[in-house]
Design a protein around this ligand. Structure first.
Ligand code: ZN
Length: 465
């Protein structure tokens, strides 16, 4: 479950434990008396924090007797004669040390003698259901060695190998940023972004900046979520229930998204663009080189997103680029078909190709239909239950009931059941293994849309995620 429960939100609204400027705001089912967790290892914290085994903790201002009065020093030179003091505000609050040392987001620190580092002890409440990190006034920065464990046993650890890893209660890693050897600071920022930095450069981020007041939740259900101020999730790792995350966060973040400008398109825009002369036909005229087959032998630089999708999709299907077939675009008035007494809108796209051109499958899956008459059909059902349908084939290279893997050659193009050699490629919902043209009754455009997926959009989604 992505959202925090209503009960938890209500509790959050009334119980906000403000420990210090540098600690974490958290929520608990009820406040209980703080338990004594044990002593403070200030030197150990400084060594973790600055990755320096000679780091030490000091209290430079004897008048500052608070938990935040402590600083770390690291030697400037080998041998540790001169020490460089780190005086950034977060450097060594004892509260932060308690959080680090006892894996408690809500720890507090108290001392019998403020000036005596050995008299400090850490105290903590019960482990919260959801641990929340909220950057209200300043960025919350964390360093390798820091861990958070919630009540259900999920552990988020900013490891000393610099990777940020989420473990399920069995100890299995289910999500990671893949920043091994590189990240040196995790920052929950006041601008709403959660960022891993390495050497001052952003290595990974939730890309949620612009939403001030967000909070980062390490949830009991195993999901890591960034919520905005309206408690709406704006980022999540998809690990609820302890399943392995959909992606390695860093790999996903660092890879440019495929044709990002299309992310905001409506279904209508997609459909319109596929059928539009400006987006496809103009490309065909202006940006293709024509070869001996009367088709396009190579693309010049595609100038529109549809041109790029067309080029990439046909390359994935054939291993090289093929020509757009003007007699078939997706669900358009121009392509209402009456074929052999069967009525319907054209639910796929057509790509011209010489007879015998080898066709690859875009997806792994099961061969659910091979039927050479009347249309030379092959249907491959993928793991999501979507049918990838190829028509007008001269030959099918796989058997019905068998399995295929993405990229495998599965068929050869032909002219079966049509007048011009081309490949018809269509993607339909699970129950329509014959494609959209399969009933002798007229269908509305809306019915056609409900049966088939827009092949260009489907391909874009496949590449984009
Ligand atoms: Zn077609």
């Amino acid at each position: 479950m992505l959202a925090i429960s209503k009960t938890s939100k209500r509790i959050l609204a009334v119980i906000v434990v403000f420990l210090s400027t540098f600690t974490i705001i958290l929520m608990t089912a009820s406040l209980v008396k703080a338990a004594d967790l044990g002593g403070v290892d200030l030197n150990g914290f400084c060594r973790y924090r600055y990755m320096n085994s000679n780091a030490i903790a000091t209290r430079p201002d004897p008048n500052n007797q608070g938990a935040a009065g402590w600083k770390c020093k690291v030697p400037n030179n080998t041998g540790g004669v001169d020490f460089k003091e780190f005086s950034d505000a977060n450097s060594s609050s004892i509260v932060e040390v308690c959080n680090w040392q006892y894996n408690r987001a809500n720890a507090t620190a108290q001392a019998l003698n403020f000036g005596d580092p050995y008299s400090w002890r850490c105290y903590g409440d019960v482990i919260p259901t959801n641990q929340l990190i909220r950057a209200t006034n300043i960025n919350k920065n964390y360093y390798p060695g820091r861990k958070w464990i919630n009540d259900t046993g999920y552990k988020l650890e900013f490891q000393t190998d610099r990777n940020l890893v989420l473990y399920n209660p069995s100890g299995k890693a289910i999500w990671a940023t893949g920043t091994n050897g590189a990240a040196d600071m995790l920052s929950v920022q006041t601008d709403g972004n959660v960022v891993l930095y390495g050497g001052g450069k952003a290595l990974w981020a939730t890309n949620t900046s612009g939403s001030n007041g967000v909070y980062f939740a390490i949830q009991s259900d195993g999901n890591l979520v960034v919520y905005n101020t309206n408690n709406r999730p704006i980022f999540s790792t998809g690990t609820a229930g302890g399943s392995i995350g959909r992606f390695s966060a860093a790999a996903d973040w660092s890879r440019p998204k495929y044709l990002e400008t299309l992310a905001s398109w409506t279904d209508f825009q997609w459909e319109d663009a596929i059928n539009s002369a400006a987006d496809i036909n103009a490309i065909n005229k202006d940006n293709f080189n024509f070869g001996s087959f009367g088709n396009i032998t190579s693309f010049r630089t595609p100038v529109t997103d549809m041109g790029i999708i067309y080029r990439d999709l046909s390359t994935d299907l054939f291993g090289n680029e093929k020509r757009f077939q003007f007699t078939g675009a997706y669900i358009s008035d121009d392509y209402y078909k009456v074929t052999g007494g069967v009525y319907g809108y054209h639910g796929g796209i057509d790509i011209a190709a010489p007879i015998g051109t080898e066709v690859k499958t875009l997806v792994s899956g099961k061969v659910v239909l091979v039927e050479m008459k009347p249309w030379g059909m092959l249907t491959i059902q993928d793991a999501n239950g979507e049918n990838h349908i190829y028509k007008h084939l001269s030959q099918v290279l796989v058997s019905q009931g068998g399995s295929v893997t993405a990229g495998q050659k599965v068929a050869k193009t032909g002219i079966t059941g049509t007048a011009v050699a081309h490949l018809h490629y269509e993607i339909t919902r699970k129950e329509y293994i014959y494609g959209d043209l399969q009933t002798p009754t007229k269908k509305t455009k809306e019915e056609a849309r409900q049966r088939t997926y827009n092949p260009f959009k489907n391909y874009w989604v496949m590449r984009h995620i």
